[in-house]
Design a binder for this molecule. Structure first.
Ligand code: SF4
Length: 466
């Protein structure tokens, strides 16, 4: 009977594990469905490949033809002008001398793969230059890198080429170098328009500067302009959040992502809050209410919803890189600190600049970690792609990946009863509360299905309440 196997899994779990995975009975699904957000990115990891096999595995992958489907490339720029207080990923302070040495190696890394069968036997549909802060690059270095990308990667005619930028770097010499060399999407970390809020966490410019520079960028008409907003930052009270949302209507942008602030253990922000230097960030419950307010306001304004956390204001915004990545398409990684996935093999590249440079100078792919595809790799990609779009259609998944997938239905019905989703004729759709908790839902579905299919342990991520 459907659900029997799932019940056996649940009865073997401790009450704490069960609560972490399934959530809690509650009177307000938005604020109290789960104890906490469990993961930043939902997913299951495959078996680690031993370091001595990394180079041969990479070479083998590069000798194969490209898999079916679309592909994207990710290039990492590991420099920032200044460390943001909330950042858990800062690598190096910008310095042009280091940047030049780094861009030399990054171009070399692109060139090293350019003749490989894997690279040449398919197209690259989207490229994302992330960081760090790619816009810190000098116009000369940015132009060199962009020319190399267009020369060495087989880009599709309708390619999307995104560069991550700071408002501070939206100056004519830089914008012209990006736009003259193929950038057609600029993603800017605004976080909040409010001057106090953003400068408190280490962003540089005031609200008036942001609005003016976005306007200047839009005048070039060469690229979609996308911004990130965060919710839950210190000093970002209800009034500030409503103003942030209201400004989306008038600011010169084509789309935006809304991110929940994560206060990382190793961040300066955590220390500043713990020592009383800054007021606390919003609690998870407050963040839930901020998300729900945003969802309602943006729906009222008839903005298009591209995913659970991404909206478009104009039809220039396609969000191809993010959508293709979430659906499990191959990601070619380049650069110090980049990560990717090829034929289901995931890999991360060296994060230390000197070691990255040394690997490239030896003619090696600077690999720092590699994992085999997970046993439920294909199913995992399909589930993550659906949940990111705000639904789960388990019957078509069962037809493709086997009847065990149907065993998850009682859990979805339980979440329906708790206000996290509702069943329609073809799929279970996430409610606004379900959208807020979508990472927990995705992780729990993956862990349960993996346990049902492979017999592995159920709860894989973040066992504790820590
Ligand atoms: S710009 Fe991004 S990577 Fe750099 S410190 Fe700020 S949050 Fe971290």
């Amino acid at each position: 009977m459907t659900g029997d196997k799932l019940n056996r899994l649940f009865s073997a779990m401790s009450p704490e594990q069960y609560e972490l995975l399934v959530g809690m009975e509650n009177s307000d699904p938005l604020t109290a469905s789960f104890v906490k957000k469990r993961v930043i990115h939902a997913g299951l990891s495959g078996r680690a490949i031993q370091p001595e096999e990394w180079q041969t595995t990479w070479q083998k992958l590069m000798r194969q033809p490209a898999e079916k489907g679309k592909r994207v490339a990710y290039l990492h720029i590991p420099f920032c002008l200044k460390r943001c207080l909330y950042c858990g990923f800062f690598q190096n302070v910008s310095a042009e001398e280091w940047e030049t040495a780094y861009i030399d190696r990054l171009i070399c890394e692109l060139e090293m793969s350019a003749e490989d069968r894997y690279i040449n036997s398919g197209l690259v549909h989207a490229v994302f230059i992330g960081g760090g802060t790619p816009s810190t690059l000098s116009p000369h270095n940015a132009a060199r890198l962009l020319q190399a990308i267009r020369f060495y990667l087989p880009l599709a005619n309708d390619y999307e080429l995104t560069l991550e930028a700071r408002i501070h770097d939206l100056v004519p010499s830089k914008m012209e170098a990006w736009l003259e060399n193929g950038v057609n999407r600029i993603s800017i970390g605004v976080q909040s328009f409010n001057t106090l809020v953003r400068q408190t966490v280490g962003r540089l410019d005031a609200k008036e500067v942001i609005l003016e520079r976005l306007q200047q960028l839009s005048h070039y008409e060469q690229a979609a302009v996308i911004i990130d907003l965060m919710y839950g930052l210190p000093y970002q009270d209800w009034e500030v959040w409503l103003e942030d949302l209201a400004l989306l209507s008038t600011a010169a942008v084509d789309g935006w992502d809304l991110y929940q602030l994560n206060v990382y253990e190793n961040s300066i922000l955590k220390r500043a809050i713990d020592t009383g230097l800054l007021p606390p960030a919003a609690s998870t419950a407050e963040q839930g209410r901020m998300f729900a307010a945003a969802e309602a306001i943006l729906a009222d304004n008839l903005f298009s919803r591209i995913s659970v956390c991404h909206w478009a204001k104009s039809n220039r915004e396609r969000n191809m890189y993010n959508t293709l990545t979430k659906n499990g398409n191959a990601v070619l990684p380049f650069g110090c600190g980049a990560g990717g996935s090829i034929n289901g093999v995931s890999l991360s590249l060296e994060r230390k600049l000197d070691q990255y440079i040394a690997s490239i100078d030896k003619g090696e792919k600077p690999i720092k970690g590699m994992r085999q595809p997970h046993a439920v790799h294909g199913l995992q990609n399909a589930i993550l792609g659906q949940i990111k779009q705000g639904y789960l259609a388990i019957r078509p998944l069962a037809a493709q990946y086997g009847a065990d997938v149907l065993e998850i239905e009682p859990l979805l019905k339980l979440w329906e009863a708790r206000g996290l989703m509702h069943f329609g004729s073809s799929a279970a759709r996430l409610t606004v509360a379900g959208q807020f908790w979508y990472m927990n839902i995705a992780q729990a579905v993956l862990e349960c299905l993996n346990a049902l299919i492979t017999g592995e342990q159920v709860v894989q991520a973040n066992m504790s309440y820590g």
